[in-house]
Design a protein around this ligand. Structure first.
Ligand SMILES: NC(=O)c1ccc[n+]([C@@H]2O[C@H](COP(=O)([O-])OP(=O)(O)OC[C@H]3O[C@@H](n4cnc5c(N)ncnc54)[C@H](OP(=O)(O)O)[C@@H]3O)[C@@H](O)[C@H]2O)c1
Length: 283
């Protein structure tokens, strides 16, 4: 397989680049090589590389930033997906694309299934949903993966933020009224490889197993890092106003992925341990 990996320098993209088996020829392109917002650049890249699969891990991922930069956020998360899908449709190239738990409004009481109604409550979620709709309306040969609360070795993420803050403070306040599933990009990359091998199509929810609040996640990060002297206080989201609203509950059901692949994902607590080991080795 020849794979064009868009966004290979990002948090997920860099783990995909490492994790996709060497039997594939993977060509990575990021902002320096391509602007996916430009239809011409998408046509040119895909024409030159002639991939069997395009994996789109490029996105505008600053959730709060999307509120004030809606045009850019929609350009990258929605219009660019249309560009990619239009080129791939003409050449019957398979697309693997990523979306988010933030397409849901968070009012559910049980994990969201793939066909549950989407109703985003922030601009990022709206833009990602618009991207999903372009993809689904333009091509049949796609895998659309909704995932959540990503962290990885490369890129700004919650685990890194907590560890950074713990260097300079002994008290942290973290919200306990948003519940989701933290997901290690390395595990997600392995799941993508599985979907490629099994030639699956359609929408899949993929996260590490289990769920927690950001508060519970922060407590676990500190505990696993031996930072017992840092105290975490749980607070409500309204005490920490941010530009973008977040869903209160955005756990994704993994039933479809498990039924289709016969595999599951490891619990988020074990994934966190793996990640902490990886970053320790790097330092
Ligand atoms: N992060 C999360 O918690 C999370 C949760 C759920 C779903 N997702 C989804 O998972 C996917 C991967 O997320 P991630 O966190 O790995 O993203 P990321 O680290 O922000 O990486 C995205 C990459 O895309 C590049 N990019 C942005 N605009 C581009 C453009 N116009 N042309 C070409 N490249 C462009 C970025 O470059 P610059 O950095 O230079 O802008 C960056 O290298 C995205 O679809 C995201 O929506 C993420």
């Amino acid at each position: 397989m020849r794979i064009l990996l868009l966004g290979h320098k990002g948090m997920l993209g860099s783990d995909l680049l490492l994790k996709l088996p060497k039997e594939h020829e993977v060509v990575g392109m990021d902002k320096e090589e391509i602007d996916i917002v430009s239809p011409d650049e998408c046509v040119k890249a895909i024409k030159e590389i002639e991939p069997n699969i395009v994996i789109n891990a490029a996105a505008y991922t600053n959730v709060d930033g999307c509120e004030s930069a809606k045009e850019e956020c929609f350009a990258v998360n929605a219009e660019a997906v249309k560009n990619i899908a239009q080129v791939c449709r003409n050449k019957n190239i398979r697309i693997i694309h990523f979306s988010t738990d933030y397409v849901f409004d968070g009012t559910a009481k049980q994990p969201y299934k793939e066909d549950d109604q989407c109703n985003p409550i922030n601009a990022y979620g709206e833009s990602k949903l618009a991207g999903e709709r372009y993809l689904q309306s333009l091509v049949d040969n796609y895998v659309l993966i909704r995932t959540s609360w990503l962290y990885g070795v490369k890129g700004k993420n919650f685990v890194q933020t907590i560890l950074e803050k713990a260097k300079t403070t002994t008290t942290l306040s973290v919200v306990d009224d948003q519940v989701g599933s933290p997901t290690y990009t390395k595990d997600l990359a392995a799941a993508v490889d599985l979907l490629i091998n099994q030639n699956l199509k359609g929408i899949f929810h993929i996260t590490n197993r289990g769920s927690c609040s950001w508060y519970q996640f922060a407590v676990k990060i500190l505990q696993e890092s031996g930072l017992d002297d840092v105290k975490v206080t749980s607070i409500k989201s309204d005490k920490l106003p941010r530009p973008a609203m977040r869903p209160a509950y955005s756990v994704l059901s993994m039933q479809k992925f498990i039924a289709a692949t016969g595999k599951t994902m490891q619990p988020w607590q074990l994934a966190l341990q793996d990640y902490l080991k990886s970053i320790k080795q790097l330092n």
